[in-house]
Write a protein that binds this ligand. Structure first.
Ligand SMILES: [Zn+2]
Length: 389
């Protein structure tokens, strides 16, 4: 029978993580040194092997499944507690891929500097993969077993927009009571209770080429048309409502003395509500040429729906904040522009809390690192959540 959660056993959970810090960091080091950039199938499988073997030694683990992804490697699904083959009510979501290309570990090897540990992909999110596994062990060791099954799902293509992970995440989350996402927290350690949705578009303009010196009037400049469309796109920005539309890559033309017959742009769009996203998506798709002789072709659309701060999300956050208080720290909440697999879950109406990973800085950057002393506290918070939800 599970004990009720209180200050005493939350601190026992933290003590468990303190006692296991060495093993946890050893696993993290092995994960970081096994490079797994998104799309590197061998790297993905190697990291999944490390995690599968670590999971196999945890007594509460009922099953470990490797799920092949044709283009990215392997996803990993670990079921613990509860009835083995049943879908679980608590899902812990993470990913094993990183954005760092192979060779990054040679340039920036595993390195400890005081309280910080550096390594490519450590903060986003290999340390958190190790913490997730340890949270299962911690619950059992302290005797605060969750009242139903827990599934840990590590996808292998999150950094590429989750083309193969998405259906697995959605199928797993569909009937879940709660989804906990181990993405890094905000800079001050806050969890993420809102994330914007994202859209990606390519705008291609077709004009007409002509000699720039002899008869420029016979040309239709795709560059001018695209420039005008760019300004129109920027006018769609509505920062107060959380909508941003930015043209971030442009190209066009063929030669310095030819009126350009073609031009293209890549557009990023972010939005805070599904309605706002649908409206802006429609406006972008309906872009009409200023010069009727030009053609404007739009491809792309919404990629991830927003994670909106619903009542359920708020309740989940408040619960986590209460546990954090019992662990003697203040857990803030943040709303951010970047998307994660948590966005897909939120769109299903399932309560989700994102940004539960360990503190650190430099996700995707050269100075990527974690704060070591934060591991026991975040680990205890995660284990406490599992035990009480
Ligand atoms: Zn991530």
């Amino acid at each position: 029978m599970s004990q009720p959660i209180n200050r005493e056993n939350l601190q026992a959970l933290r003590d468990h993580f303190i006692a296991r810090q060495h093993e946890l960091l050893s696993l993290t080091c092995a994960l970081v040194e096994t490079e797994s950039p998104s799309g590197d199938k061998d790297g993905s499988s190697a990291v999944v092997s490390l995690l599968a073997s670590a999971a196999g030694s945890i007594p509460s683990v009922k099953s470990v499944e490797r799920i092949t992804s044709e283009n990215f490697g392997e996803h990993l699904r670990i079921r613990a507690f509860g009835d083995s083959e049943e879908k679980s009510s608590i899902i812990i979501l993470g990913h094993t891929d990183t954005v760092h290309p192979r060779g990054a570990i040679k340039e920036r090897p595993w390195r400890t500097e005081g309280n910080r540990v550096f390594g490519p992909g450590i903060f986003d999110m290999k340390a958190n993969c190790a913490i997730a596994l340890e949270s299962l062990r911690a619950c059992e060791a302290v005797g605060v077993q969750p009242r139903s099954g827990v599934t840990i799902l590590f996808t292998c293509d999150e950094e590429s927009g989750s083309p193969s992970g998405r259906p697995i995440v959605e199928a797993e989350a569909e009937n879940a009571r709660t989804v906990l996402v181990l993405e890094p927290p905000a800079a001050d350690g806050s969890v993420k209770t809102a994330r914007k949705g994202t859209g990606m578009f390519t705008i291609r303009v077709e004009g007409r080429a002509a000699h720039a010196g002899l008869e420029p009037e016979k040309g239709v400049s795709a560059v001018i048309e695209l420039a005008r469309q760019t300004i129109r796109l920027h006018e769609m920005n509505d920062p107060q409502n959380g909508t941003t539309v930015t043209v971030n890559v442009v190209s066009g033309g063929t030669h310095s003395n030819v009126i350009p017959a073609e031009a293209r742009a890549e557009v990023d769009m972010r939005f805070s509500s599904a309605d706002a996203g649908a409206l802006v998506e429609r406006n972008i798709r309906m872009l009409a040429p200023f010069d009727s002789r030009a053609r404007v072709i739009v491809v792309g659309g919404i990629n991830r729906p927003p994670l909106e701060r619903t009542k359920k999300v708020e309740e989940l956050y408040l619960h986590a904040r209460t546990l954090a208080t019992l662990l003697d720290f203040q857990l803030g909440e943040a709303s951010v522009g970047g998307a994660s697999d948590g966005n897909f879950v939120a769109a299903l109406g399932v309560p989700v809390l994102d940004g539960l990973g360990v503190q650190g800085d430099g996700a995707h950057a050269e100075h990527e690192h974690i704060i070591c002393d934060d591991i026991p506290t975040r680990g205890a918070l995660l284990a406490g959540l599992i035990a009480t939800l």
